[in-house]
Design a binder for this molecule. Structure first.
Ligand code: F6R
Length: 608
């Protein structure tokens, strides 16, 4: 169901039929919460033909609390939001209403700022900070001119740039939902005496398995017994399809777990970030960090690991020293930041208590702060002086995968930009590296298409009680993430060690067949790590090496070898983790673990 450009951001449902619309819409929205959950709302026309719009910040439970489920209504539209423009708030949430038009929107309008100055909109006073209100006002003006909503939608389609799936109610029209779709998913569900619109099939599965797919630029009018779809003014015939998955499978887009789905979303996330931060072979939308004499990076868990990778990249390619700390330690430790310093905080959720506390502590002293965050409008995003969004879309599995990769990529771009600003990177190197960033999504796609070896390796090691990881420098930081991923979802004891450190004690734990997973990407220390691997092989370890370096001369060092594509070292740390995520996933799967909701863990850690 997913299309290119769609990051499962925001969910839409609409209903017209004989049932009560409110419960149908709310239950539908609940199945779409994996597409976004920072605010929700619905609009319906009641039997007195009055339009009601009810919205609330937070997830759908909050919206449920303020609804009258007994109100009679047979037509309505609903939305669950994942903020892209404007913080999550009641006023920014959908549906939006202007004049005769009420609508829900999935997608991003790229030219919404320009459109605000459009002849038709110049007298309109915007109340939200969303791109959606601009679409709503535009369609309303066009409707006032044309007196025909389908014609107004045709006109709007000529002016709007970006992606949009819209579900629209027209004042006083109790019989129809109007739709338009471009580069954002939308289907029409076909029932008996009832029809639906939805951004994804799970929303309607309770009622029907029959649906039609819409193409870009399709414009439609849906009533309870009929639907008409037009493209370029001509009516188009649509085949009614039957959906084959059950509700749960369809929410995961056919993947067995959200974690696997999110691992496979990584090429799209990478592309989204590159589109946001690189344009015409130049880095854009990234701050200048050269003025800072000291930079600290703080995060928890995987976010901390992303910070460790950044340390290596900044030091190596931007000649900038970075102090990385675990947030729960940092907040209670003396820090040496002053007015020439910057604190970078990293957090997927933007709500992690220790990371937020570290941010507040530093901000209180008037020191600059920069947040790298996924959830738009989260506490950390709001409170930091500057925020960069990682654009990974909602992450549902507790163990982070795509958000971690997005954090590392964004930090890598920041290190690269700082190196350029400091004139440490030549213009030919710059072009070369930018080309590699531009093809990174394809490289990850390739990896994901040919990664059967991860499952095979997992099968060989999943019964072990201890699994060790080894690496040096940046490779050590990479293995820390691999080890965390493995232990948190498979419950197998695992440790990651700087490879030279193992012999200072921990090597005592290596015995026959103990799995030792090593990462070797840094050529300068490859031979050192290889000698340390040999030390474990001498104790009969089961050695698995992930390497971007030719290992032909070191066949005695490994039982399993995964060859990683060679890319520029600024980008390289992103790749091994993809394999380690998959190994962890399959080890957990073979052990029958609850992969998306591992025991004792929560997605957002809002307590100390
Ligand atoms: C590991 C994991 C956690 C988070 C950590 C920080 O897979 O998900 O270690 O990385 O709890 O969370 P955020 O990034 O939301 O601050």
């Amino acid at each position: 169901m997913q299309e290119s450009g769609d990051f499962l951001v925001c969910g839409i449902i609409g209903y017209v039929g004989k049932k009560r619309a409110i419960p149908v819409i709310i239950e539908g929205l609940e199945t779409l919460e994996y597409r976004g959950y920072d605010s929700a709302g619905l609009a319906y026309l009641n039997q007195q033909n009055e339009l009601k719009i009810i919205k609330e910040k937070g997830n759908i439970i909050e919206l449920r609390k303020i609804l009258d489920f007994n109100e009679e209504s047979n037509i309505g539209i609903g939305h669950t939001r994942w903020a892209t423009h404007g913080i999550p708030s009641k006023v920014n949430s959908h549906p939006h209403h202007v004049g005769n038009i009420t609508l829900v929107h999935n997608g991003i309008i790229e030219n919404y700022e320009e459109l605000k100055k459009h002849e038709l909109l110049k007298d309109y006073k915007f109340i939200s900070s969303t791109d959606t209100e601009v679409v709503c006002a535009l369609i309303n003006s066009l409707y006032n001119k044309k007196k025909d909503l389908l014609k107004a939608l045709e006109e709007a389609n000529k002016v709007l740039i970006g992606s949009y799936a819209l579900g629209i109610l027209l004042d006083n029209d109790l019989a129809h939902i109007y739709i338009i779709k471009k580069d954002s998913p939308l289907i029409v569900g076909i029932g008996k005496n009832e029809n639906f619109i939805a951004s994804d099939v799970p929303a309607i599965l309770k009622h029907t398995k029959n649906y039609i797919l819409l193409n870009d630029n399709d414009i439609g009018i849906i009533s309870k017994n009929d639907f008409k779809i037009y493209n370029k003014g001509k009516i188009v015939k649509k085949e009614i399809l039957e959906f084959e998955w059950d509700l749960e499978a369809s929410m995961k887009n056919g993947y067995e777990h959200f974690m696997l789905k999110e691992i496979y979303e990584q090429p799209k996330v990478v592309k989204q970030i590159i589109n946001e931060y690189i344009k015409d072979n130049e880095l854009i939308n990234l701050p200048d960090l050269t003025k800072y004499k000291r930079i600290d990076i703080v995060g928890c868990g995987s976010a901390y690991h992303a910070g460790l990778i950044a340390k290596h990249l900044f030091e190596e390619y931007a000649d900038t020293e970075i102090n990385v700390a675990i947030a729960s330690e940092y907040r209670y430790t003396k820090n040496f930041l002053d007015k020439d310093s910057l604190l970078i905080v990293i957090s997927q959720s933007g709500e992690t208590a220790d990371t937020l506390a570290s941010l507040r502590l530093v901000k209180e002293k008037g020191i600059d702060t920069l947040a790298i965050v996924n959830v738009v409008g989260s506490s950390i995003a709001r409170e930091a002086k500057e925020v960069l969004y990682i654009k990974a879309g909602p992450e549902i599995a507790v163990a982070t995968t795509k958000a971690y990769t997005a954090q590392v990529l964004l930090l890598s771009l920041l290190a690269f930009k700082t190196g350029i600003d400091k004139k440490l990177i030549t213009s030919s190197d710059k072009t070369k590296v930018i080309n590699e960033y531009n093809s990174l999504n394809k490289i990850i796609e390739e990896i994901l298409e040919h990664c059967d070896e991860c499952e095979k390796i997992a099968k060989k090691i999943y019964k072990h009680e201890d699994i060790f990881f080894l690496g040096r420098k940046v490779d050590y930081a990479i293995t820390m993430e691999g080890s965390l991923k493995l232990k948190e979802i498979s419950y197998i004891h695992s440790e990651s060690y700087p490879s030279g450190e193992l012999k200072h004690g921990t090597i005592a734990l290596i015995n026959k067949n103990t799995p030792v997973i090593s990462v070797i990407t840094d050529e300068s220390i490859a031979l050192k790590t290889i000698s340390n691997i040999k030390e474990t092989k001498a104790r009969d370890s089961y050695s698995i090496i992930l390497s971007s370096i030719n290992m032909d001369n070191n066949k005695e060092c490994y039982d399993e070898l995964i060859s990683i594509p060679k890319v520029h070292p600024l980008i390289e740390p992103i790749l091994p983790v993809i394999y380690l995520q998959l190994i962890a996933y399959y080890v957990a799967k073979f052990n029958g673990c609850d992969i998306d909701k591992p025991r004792n863990l929560a997605k957002s850690v809002t307590v100390e």
